[in-house]
Ligand binder design. Sequence first.
Ligand code: PPS
Length: 372
Amino acid sequence: MSFPYKHTGLVLILLVGSAAFFSISLFQNLAAEIYQRSPAKPEYPKSFLFEQSSNKPDTRWREELWEDLIKSCENQTKAKRLPKIIGIGVEKCGTHALLHFLRPHPLIRVAKPMETHFFDAKPGASVRSYLLMLPEVEKNAFAMEKTPAYFNFRPSSIPANIKRMVPDAKLLLVLCNPVDRVLSDFYQEWIMFNITHPGKGQFRYKSVDQYVHAYFPRIQQAIGDFDQKNSLLQEAKVFDLMGKDYLTHIITTGFYALHLQRWFKYFNETNLMVIDSEAMLQDPGSVIEEVQEFLKLPKVLLKQDYVKEEDSGYFCYKNWRDENKLDCLPSAKRRTRNGNKSLPPDVTSKLQGLFQSHNEALFKMLGRKLWV
Ligand SMILES: Nc1ncnc2c1ncn2[C@@H]1O[C@H](COP(=O)(O)OS(=O)(=O)O)[C@@H](OP(=O)(O)O)[C@H]1O
């Protein structure tokens, strides 16, 4: 009977000790959990950055991260490096706008000129000659070039050559309604003619309807509807038409499925992102957020950084560090989609008919519809 009393002190010490032990470990677990949940200062690159809500009004985290990214490059030696990002097209679908909106990212370095034309104009040239066309960049920076001609120009081995020479590059492809593209490309060619042939009279076609009426029958006859079984033959015919008459490309570039099948032999959704031009016209900020995720870049360009310029109707980049600074596209990239020019209704429906089966094939390939 005397036993408990004899050891009361010891029992008490043990009780208090274990209570203290459990409380401390409980506190430690709780603290660890809180620590894990709290957004520690991010280090580049961390996947959780992609989860940050861009709608959050408080973007102080962005200021800190932006500075960190700039600093992360400061002590690195610059060198010529292959591009991590290549814009491959499509001509007149907003490829410049995409680059313009991405360029402010602190880790992106754009080639000068931005269109190197390496893979279409210098097939077979060495890596060294490609590097000469690219900027000197820090190790963790992303060199970028965009050459829309890659998508639909010769040689047909462009996708294979890019894959071989720049296997880790991520490709960006903007697609737009091929009917709108015809209008935009026609005016591009019209203006380019006046630039490259000064004083040599007018462009062969005075209006886009004149052009379509001249080229439509030939192209419809040669290509016609998308034909899965003969799609490689159709693709070859597109190149053939363009080889014989360059201006056919104003229409044939819009046969996206025929071109894309060439790219899908070497690239898939992990390294080729298809961007809806319509979405980029309406809400470029959301598109740019997705593009940063795809490129595995810290998401520091946010939806609210892109604002519509009332006069032109086109979106511009609003520099968050200087709210008064609005960086808009040059006028050469704002010709038709503001409604300044349009196609006559009969031309529109002709082209819609020509592209319909090709669009359906494209949507099937992508598993989603675009420009709806
Ligand atoms: N935000 C946004 N999203 C999508 N598209 C946009 C955007 N802003 C401009 N544009 C359109 O881009 C068209 C020029 O396309 P590209 O830059 O690819 O032209 S080029 O091939 O480099 O010459 C150009 O076509 P035009 O309107 O015919 O000039 C613009 O309408």
